[in-house]
Design a protein around this ligand. Structure first.
Ligand code: SF4
Length: 259
């Protein structure tokens, strides 16, 4: 049987050219943000279960508030035994009280304990995500996203920001907005599609997990301090990415475009 090619040689060549141009643009973005803002703060790469707990409590909550609540949970329930079984088995009201500073605590507290119980059940008694070792990243993420409160951003954070150190980009509102403004994705793209698009432009050989984490942190800071969600507060005129950005160049006069 003859196998017909899905794409013509011209289409393959055009796609490769688009990928190369996209990677070059992203490398330039990385270089410009590093030059302006410096290297991202060093991270602690927690074990994946702790990262999952952070994901489950931190949606739509300021990072410093979520970190403080996580520290309190750890001190109260995990420090003595070195595991999270006491949090899993704690009275629901006690967990709810500790989670009060985060948004939607009345939903997050039961979802968190239900997740810990389910992990224990599915691992045959171990409250641990050690069984992730050696599993394909797509499989791990599919499983994580089957938990209430874990979407593409959360599953990416667990695999990329934890000690697992796997390839993923945890695309939040900042990354999504910046990718749209810089022309990587259209206005109708979802955050998950934005991650897929960006990863498709960042080949594993040159963009290992650690470099993706650093890129994540650089873009997030850029979104917090410069490329803000409010159009009227954007700092396009002083933005190091302006020459690469169709949105910025459409609103700022006399922009020098790169060679
Ligand atoms: S030029 Fe403006 S829109 Fe473009 S990345 Fe910079 S701040 Fe965002």
């Amino acid at each position: 049987m003859v196998t017909l090619p899905l794409f013509s040689q011209e289409e393959e060549a055009a796609a490769a050219e688009e990928r190369d141009a996209g990677e070059e643009k992203l490398a330039s973005i990385e270089e410009r943000l590093l030059a302006r803002d410096g290297p991202p703060r060093p991270r602690n790469f927690w074990d994946p279960l702790k990262e999952l707990i952070f994901v489950l409590i931190s949606a739509r909550t300021r990072t410093e508030v979520s970190l403080a609540v996580l520290a309190e949970l750890e001190l109260r329930y995990a420090a003595a035994l070195g595991n999270w079984t006491r949090l899993r088995d704690a009275p629901e009201q006690a967990v709810l009280t500790l989670l009060a500073p985060v948004t939607f605590s009345e939903k997050k507290a039961p979802a968190l304990q239900a997740a810990l119980r389910r992990i224990t059940r599915q691992t045959g008694g171990a409250l641990s995500l050690d069984f992730f070792a050696g599993q394909p990243v797509e499989r791990i993420r599919r499983w994580l996203e089957s938990f209430e409160g874990v979407g593409a951003r959360g599953s990416a954070a667990v695999v990329n920001h934890s000690a697992l150190r796997l390839r993923a980009l945890a695309v939040d509102g900042h990354h999504h907005r910046i990718a749209q403004r810089l022309g990587f994705v259209g206005r109708s793209a979802t955050a998950a599609e934005t991650e897929q698009k960006l990863l498709s432009l960042l080949p594993e050989a040159r963009w290992p997990p650690a470099r993706l984490t650093a890129m994540h942190d650089l873009l997030k800071l850029h979104g917090q301090i410069r490329c803000t969600s409010n159009d009227w507060q954007r700092h396009c005129a002083a933005c190091p990415l302006l020459p690469l950005c169709p949105t910025g160049t459409a609103t700022v006069d006399n922009v020098e475009t790169p060679e």
